[in-house]
Design a protein around this ligand. Structure first.
Ligand code: ADP
Ligand code: MG
Length: 353
């Protein structure tokens, strides 16, 4: 889950000063799941924040190990069991996430399809070390298109059995959202009331950002995936998530065509009709999967797909650079300068790690 392009995972963070009576914000930057995860906590005693951040570091290490298909860990073990035709036992958390991924895949009519790991691997998008500079052949794509969907998994409790051996699970379109949710749950459990968790421009807010009077909501500036400047910013309600899927994260170009890491499960090819999709939702898991699904759904189906998934605040940037958004997004997007935002998404393309 690492990037192959100079485009960076770095983000512009402009934390506005909190109110002077409260302790200074505690910040931690952890490299995990191929991106920088920044956690800023405000309004908590230093010892409370530090111990919460320790728990977050442990948690992220487990997500990095167990939710990535191409290194030793639970998901790799599960894929090996499926390939051998054997049942596998996974953690309660992983079973719950796979069940949720199955549900969202069905609701999105297969636009979100975590069963396409063999295609992701064929295109070399699972790791920078696997990056390629030319597309695979049609015959290679066809062979992997035949793979089963995540719907072929039978999950009872924490035991997973697949109807077929022909499936490689890749949770790359949802795991970051689940990790961000788990971090937020950890912070809340530790008694933290105000925080921002930012995984390379995919983020979730806790409480308020402070500002004058201490009650200003966290503000997320949304940047156009190609150009400079902001489209506007959005104030997040308590504990909302904002996730973006974009064609600028991992890609290579062939004859001017951008071949990137979000694949159409129906054709096995990278999507070409969309540059970016941003979704605001109550959880990171939903926002992450929905951003990927709406990205894949495209110009004709994106609104229906968002509705089916139960997300109503969505912004889509078409391949021609034009913007489309739901009425809820239109109502909430304020024209604004970057300086008014706590955080900018997606990350800038001229910044480096
Ligand atoms: P990002 O990695 O930029 O946050 P996404 O959340 O959209 O982007 O996830 C993209 C990742 O999801 C890919 O790298 C791949 O591992 C996986 N993926 C690609 N296409 C699909 C798809 N149609 N459905 C589900 N997962 C996908
Ligand atoms: Mg996603």
């Amino acid at each position: 889950m690492q990037r192959t392009v100079p485009l960076s995972v770095a983000i512009i963070v402009m934390l506005l000063a909190g109110c002077s009576a409260e302790p200074p914000p505690q910040q931690s930057r952890i490299y995990s799941m191929g991106t920088w995860v920044d956690v800023s906590i405000r309004g908590a005693p230093a010892a409370t924040a530090e111990s919460a951040l320790d728990r977050v570091r442990t948690l992220l290490a487990s997500y990095e190990r167990d939710y990535y298909a191409w290194a030793p860990g639970q998901l790799a073990d599960l894929n090996a069991s499926i390939a051998n035709g054997e049942p596998a036992r996974v953690s309660t958390e992983l079973a719950a996430l796979i069940r949720e991924a199955q549900r969202l895949s069905a609701l999105s009519d297969g636009a979100f399809e975590p069963g396409l790991g063999a295609l992701v691997e064929l295109w070399g998008f699972q790791s920078p070390l696997a990056a390629r500079s030319s597309p695979p052949s049609q015959a290679e794509i066809d062979a992997r298109l035949a793979a089963a969907t995540i719907g072929a998994l039978d999950i009872s409790g924490t035991i997973i059995v697949s109807e077929t051996q022909n499936i490689l699970l890749d949770l790359g379109g949802i795991a970051k959202g689940a990790a961000v949710d788990a971090i937020v749950a950890t912070l809340l459990d530790a008694g933290i009331e105000h925080a921002l968790v930012n995984a390379g421009g995919d983020l979730r807010a806790v409480g308020r950002s402070g500002g004058a009077g201490g009650e200003r909501p966290w503000r997320v500036g949304i940047r156009h995936p190609r150009g400079p400047g902001l489209l506007g910013n959005i104030e997040l309600d308590r504990n909302e998530a904002a996730f973006t899927s974009g064609d600028y994260e991992r890609f290579f170009e062939v004859d001017g065509a951008r071949l990137h890491h979000i694949l159409d499960p129906a054709t096995g090819y990278p999507i070409s009709h969309t540059q970016a999709v941003t979704v605001i939702a109550a959880s990171g898991t939903l926002a992450d999967a929905a951003a990927t699904a709406v990205f894949v759904a495209g110009p004709e189906r994106w609104r229906a797909t968002a509705r089916a998934l139960g997300v109503d605040t969505v912004l889509r940037v078409d391949a021609d650079g034009s913007l489309e958004m739901t009425s809820s997004m239109r109502d909430r997007l304020n024209p604004a300068a970057a300086a008014d935002s706590d955080i900018i998404t997606p990350p800038g393309q001229d910044e480096s790690d």
